[in-house]
Design a protein around this ligand. Structure first.
Ligand code: PMP
Length: 284
């Protein structure tokens, strides 16, 4: 695989980052994952905008190559011959060459890394016909989940807890209400109404979430942006998640209780179809 590090395209085994890099020592980094379908980027502009926001919120410098990010993504797709998959991008605050809690001075350049993940068959995932089973866990992440940082230990633990329970993912609970999945936004469906948590600092503002809500509105579905409990979700007609790597994925079981008929619901299936079709049309 050819990867990108600070201005260079290199074979992955030649790519290096300092052991003093703050993303390594302090998780002082932000990231984006953009999906690729048919060799084209899905919602690149949305991801670039959110990256810029994450950087601003953390007072992190923009990498010099910020305005070239589209070209870099495209070049990596080309060099690695990606038809379906993802591009991972990370910006870290870099390092002045020592371990220090204080941010380094402004002349220290941020570290920029990108690599591809080849996932043939991503859009036709058989999992979408089966649906995800999820467990609920306490949300023990930090309070600024609207910033897409590389502090992913708790979400990793959540995925491990889900796996140990024979499930696919975990929905996190705070003050009795679902915040989101470990790496996705959470939704329930009641009749013709789609319910998903309102935006705030408690969840990541999903790029897929924004697109799916737009498509749902265009398809005359009703939308309620509010929080919901696990009990309400278990009693809903349908449930699903969204993310750049799963698109729209039905959820068929929550803490062992079947949602609706225990099979993917028609609204989730339709939204997945619309999302894939419309996103492909405007992919760049
Ligand atoms: N919430 C969390 C916690 C996530 O990690 C992700 C995916 N990175 C999402 C939601 C979904 O965001 P997006 O649709 O932009 O992939």
């Amino acid at each position: 695989r050819t990867v990108y590090v600070n201005g260079e395209y290199l074979p992955e085994e030649k790519a290096t980052v300092s052991i003093f890099d703050r993303s390594f020592l302090m998780a002082d980094g932000v990231y984006e994952v953009t999906s690729v379908l048919g060799g084209k980027l899905i919602d690149f502009a949305g991801h670039a905008k959110r990256l810029e926001r994450s950087l601003n919120e953390l007072e992190m410098q923009k990498p010099d190559a910020f305005d070239d990010l589209l070209d870099i993504h495209r070049e990596l797709v080309r060099l690695n011959d990606i038809d379906e998959g993802m591009i991972y991008l990370q910006v870290s605050r870099g390092s002045a060459g020592d371990r220090d809690f204080a941010y380094p001075s402004a002349d220290v350049k941020p570290t920029l890394v990108l690599f591809t993940q080849n996932k043939p068959g991503l859009a036709d995932s058989p999992k979408a016909l089966e649906g995800f089973k999820v467990i609920s866990i306490d949300d023990q992440r930090w309070g600024r989940r609207d910033i897409k940082t590389t502090q992913l230990l708790y979400p990793s633990m959540g995925k491990m807890m889900a796996k140990a329970a024979g499930c696919d993912d975990a929905w996190m609970i705070e003050d009795g209400h679902v915040t989101e999945g470990t790496s996705n936004n959470a939704y329930i469906v009641k009749g013709n109404t789609i319910i998903t948590r309102h935006l705030g600092t408690e969840i990541l503002h999903g790029i897929t979430r924004a697109a799916v809500l737009r498509f749902a509105k265009e398809a005359q579905m009703k939308i309620e942006e509010r929080s919901f409990t696990i009990e309400e979700a278990q009693g809903a007609d349908e449930a699903f998640i969204t993310s750049a790597s799963t698109f729209v994925m039905p959820v068929v079981e929550i803490d062992g209780a079947a949602v609706g008929a225990g099979t993917p619901g028609p609204i989730a299936a339709r939204l997945r179809e619309i999302y894939l079709e419309e996103s492909r049309k405007v992919a760049i």
